[in-house]
Design a protein around this ligand. Structure first.
Ligand SMILES: NC(=O)c1ccc[n+]([C@@H]2O[C@H](COP(=O)([O-])OP(=O)(O)OC[C@H]3O[C@@H](n4cnc5c(N)ncnc54)[C@H](OP(=O)(O)O)[C@@H]3O)[C@@H](O)[C@H]2O)c1
Length: 134
């Protein structure tokens, strides 16, 4: 949070978004709060945890009830929080799958059970030059 506060304070131009790793295995509550406080959009990179959500039982169970895939449920969870998700794929059929997330809605308890998947070792990208994360 301190880094976002500082970035906003020192940048001569208005900041509009913050791109951070965000998926169900990484709790980003603090970053989300800081983005909200500064009216920044949160852009979620590695939004499907580099593809690893595909074997997730919690997501798969929710996905079955909506006739969607685990990746689609994961992306829906992000956009329902107001985040921007930027999944990467090399497969044309997955491009269609990943954009097809605007015709269903996750219930509050489904959102909560996905949020509960966050874990201390959930971060996938942690460069040596990275700061101490919240
Ligand atoms: N700012 C930064 O420091 C930073 C760091 C990392 C990434 N990024 C950005 O974030 C974007 C995405 O991140 P990412 O590539 O790390 O991870 P990601 O989008 O979470 O996952 C990509 C992986 O998921 C697979 N995939 C895509 N759609 C799928 C689906 N519907 N079902 C199952 N698997 C699926 C892809 O394989 P296939 O190709 O086989 O579909 C690929 O292996 C990148 O394009 C990059 O621009 C930014």
């Amino acid at each position: 949070m301190a880094l976002i506060d500082r970035a906003v304070a020192v940048c001569p131009e208005p900041l509009v978004c913050n791109q951070v790793e965000y998926h169900p295995y990484l709790d980003q509550t603090a970053v989300r709060a800081a983005c909200r406080a500064h009216d920044l959009a949160l852009v979620a990179y590695s939004p499907i945890a580099k593809g690893s959500v595909r074997g997730d039982e919690t997501l798969a169970a929710i996905a079955r009830s909506h006739r969607k895939s685990a990746a689609q449920v994961c992306l829906r969870w992000l956009i329902q929080q107001g985040a921007v998700a930027i999944p990467r794929t090399s497969k044309i059929e997955r491009l269609s799958e990943n954009i097809d997330v605007f015709d269903f809605e996750l219930a509050g308890e489904e959102m909560a059970s996905i949020s509960a998947l966050g874990r201390p070792d959930g971060r996938l990208t942690d460069f040596g030059f990275a700061p101490k994360w919240d």
